[in-house]
Design a protein around this ligand. Structure first.
Ligand code: FAD
Length: 619
């Protein structure tokens, strides 16, 4: 029934979809095997994409030819650029999305690829020959041959759903759990762990009283994730904010004795930064209210996502407590909130390419690696899809550096340090975050993606043109002085000290109170020049000038580390023979098999003196 595929992707979630697209972009024949064709790219929890650090990841995926950004743009119901009052490294695009359209759009995109085939089934065994993955076996007993396999099972492996004292098997509400695979992988020598996550109830928007809530609109100037010309909807939908109160908390507490969280029935660790409402009122007992974001699930549905009210308390307690929130007095529930426990595979079992150490040509991506979030999953899927293709074609693997991309930070953290609780990305995890901004992901990554064959020449040309145009603006600012008599009125208006003599425009722009358009308003020639370029190009030039000294320091730091990051270690290096290493270092190095001295230095338990020993030995 099946031909032999180059890449078999198991799971049609965010990781699986990006893995399939990346391998397809590179020319592989791909089979996407997923349990349910109608839930492709389902947003299991919040119908939203991006946000702090996650928005940057989406821009990076887009810059490398992935589709999560484009699909989020097409299905946006509200756009906001978060953290605009802070520096540009913190600006983070976030969209509220139409859940059903998002899934539909992903499916249409996948179906439009001639080299992607589909099969709805559950994979419960990896076919392995001579230490290599050679295909999959499904619950229908079908064996499908493949040169490589990418596993992206999400929350489905032995998934167990909890609502109060009730618990039942499932990968997501209404969907079966995937069984068999964990057990087979353990029998092959893998280690598995258990994590948990949760989701809030959904309610009927027709039953809410919005006049008791605060409106929250999107930005007037709507941005997008993709650097391409993708069209986004013209309109935006309103969201609302309301708050819990003491009475809500008291009602929720009535259910605590039946809470699977507090009775110890849930064993897995949950995401620290997405706590359930019962966790919040328990941990922050002094707080008399918690914020609730009331978010529509799409353009044409009345269903509402109650963001901030994730819970696994009994459904009747959820219902009673919800109705005590201002605006929710008559709320009707569509679906109860629930918690889910699932298996994951500690990611130190993976190489930085996301290939497993134990079985060649087998890759893991997404929630199966202990992460949480659509963006984290999607980016890993893309990298696994690329490396699966590269591996079977004996091509160079792709490992993004920590100084190149948030995706590099994410994967390096996972494979070098592992994770014991669901890992989500934050800007604080990236030591070079000043350089890893949402505005420059194209400049950072599109040339690399083009070299690999992931994006077209046309796309690369556009990025190069943008960089050249920004440089034209910067050069003008560098060589031109501003007339003090023309700029002084603007400076005084902005409570800024006036100039006593003409000054180079580039120096003036570093003043925080001035923007590039103020300069254009005092120099007609510069205004004509700016009018030739689009807003993104002008913003790039402005950011590069304003923060140049900070960026310079970052580049110097990266250069200092470069020697360590570039010094490669053979993956088969036998640390056990290097007696001058500490015992702990030998064990840890053997487990992580770092690719570079830089990566080795980040392994906990490997000391600077161990690194010196390694460096001396390698040189
Ligand atoms: P998933 O999106 O879970 O997709 C897995 C896919 O694989 C599914 O299509 C499934 O059908 C398929 N599949 C699984 N096993 C097999 C098999 N053996 N054979 C064939 N197909 C298979 N993230 C947050 O950031 N914050 C949150 O608060 C949050 N809450 C969540 C609450 C719940 C209840 C759930 C379920 C998830 C939550 N998430 C949250 C996580 C978020 O949904 C995931 O991080 C993201 O969807 C992971 O993407 P993925 O592609 O790895 O897996």
């Amino acid at each position: 029934m099946f031909k032999k595929y180059n890449v078999i992707v198991v799971g049609g979630g965010h990781a699986g979809c990006e893995a399939a697209i990346a391998a397809s972009n590179l020319g592989s024949s791909v089979l996407l095997v997923t349990m349910n064709m109608t839930t492709i790219a389902q947003m299991s929890c919040n119908p939203a994409m991006g946000g702090v650090a996650k928005g940057q990841i989406l821009r990076e995926i887009d810059a490398m030819g992935g589709l999560s950004g484009i699909i989020a743009d097409k299905t946006t119901i509200q756009f906001r650029m978060l953290n605009q009052s802070k520096g540009p490294a913190m600006w983070s695009p976030r969209t509220q999305n139409d859940r059903m359209r998002f899934s539909e759009e992903w499916r249409l995109q996948l179906e439009s690829r001639d080299n992607i085939d589909f099969w709805q089934d559950t994979v419960n065994e990896i076919l392995v020959k001579d230490g290599k993955a050679v295909g999959v076996k499904t619950s229908l007993g079908i064996e499908i041959p493949g040169d490589s396999v990418v596993l992206t099972n999400g929350t489905f492996l032995n998934g167990l759903i909890h609502i109060g004292e009730k618990r039942f098997g499932g990968g997501r509400a209404g969907e079966k759990a995937a069984t068999g695979l964990t057990e087979q992988l353990i029998s092959l020598g893998f280690t598995a762990g258990r994590m948990k996550t949760g989701t809030p109830p959904r309610v009927d928007g027709r039953s809410l009283n919005y006049s008791l809530m605060e409106e929250q609109w999107g930005d007037d100037k709507k941005g997008k994730f993709s650097y391409t010309d993708v069209e986004t909807p013209k309109e935006q939908r309103c969201c609302w904010i309301t708050y819990t109160n003491e009475s809500v908390h008291e009602t929720l507490k009535e259910g605590f004795e039946k809470s699977p969280m507090f009775t110890g029935r849930i064993k897995g660790l949950g995401p620290r930064y997405c706590p359930s409402i019962e966790d919040k009122i328990n941990r922050f007992a002094g707080r008399d209210r918690h914020q609730i974001f009331v978010e529509p699930e799409g353009w044409n549905t009345v269903e509402i996502y109650v963001n901030g009210f994730s819970t696994s308390l009994p459904e009747d307690v959820q219902y009673k407590a919800l109705r005590k929130i201002p605006g929710f007095e008559n709320a009707r529930m569509f679906r109860p909130g629930y918690a889910i426990e699932y298996d994951f595979f500690p990611p130190m079992q993976l190489d930085a390419t996301l290939e497993t150490f134990l079985i060649k040509n087998l890759f893991f991506a997404g929630q199966i690696n202990g992460t949480t979030g659509y963006e984290e999953a999607a980016s890993q899927g893309m990298i696994a899809g690329i490396n699966a293709h590269q591996r079977i074609n004996d091509q160079h693997e792709l490992i993004l550096k920590r100084s190149e991309a948030y995706i590099g930070v994410l994967i390096d953290d996972l494979v070098t340090k592992g994770t014991e609780e669901p890992y989500r990305m934050f800007t604080s995890r990236a030591e070079h975050r000043l350089l890893l901004r949402q505005d420059n992901a194209d400049e950072r990554l599109t040339p690399l993606a083009h070299k690999l064959g992931l994006v077209s020449q046309d796309r690369l040309d556009k990025v190069n043109e943008k960089v050249e145009n920004a440089n034209t603006i910067i050069n003008y600012l560098r060589k031109t002085s501003i007339d003090k008599d023309l700029i002084n009125p603007i400076l005084v208006e902005n409570n800024n000290s006036p100039l006593t003599q003409n000054k180079k425009m580039v120096d003036l722009l570093t003043r925080p109170q001035l923007n590039i358009y103020d300069l254009a308003n005092s120099n007609a020639e510069f205004k004509v020049l700016l009018n030739k370029f689009d807003e993104e190009t002008i913003e790039q030039a402005e950011i590069k000038v304003k923060y140049e000294s900070y960026f310079q320091k970052e580049f110097e730091l990266i250069n200092k580390m470069k020697k360590m990051e570039d010094q490669m270690i053979n993956p088969d290096f036998e640390y056990s023979k290097l007696n001058s290493l500490s015992k702990e270092a030998r064990e840890k190095l053997n487990k992580v098999k770092p690719r570079t001295i830089g990566q080795a230095s980040r392994i906990s338990g490997v000391t600077p003196s161990d690194i010196s020993v390694l460096v001396v030995h390698l040189s």
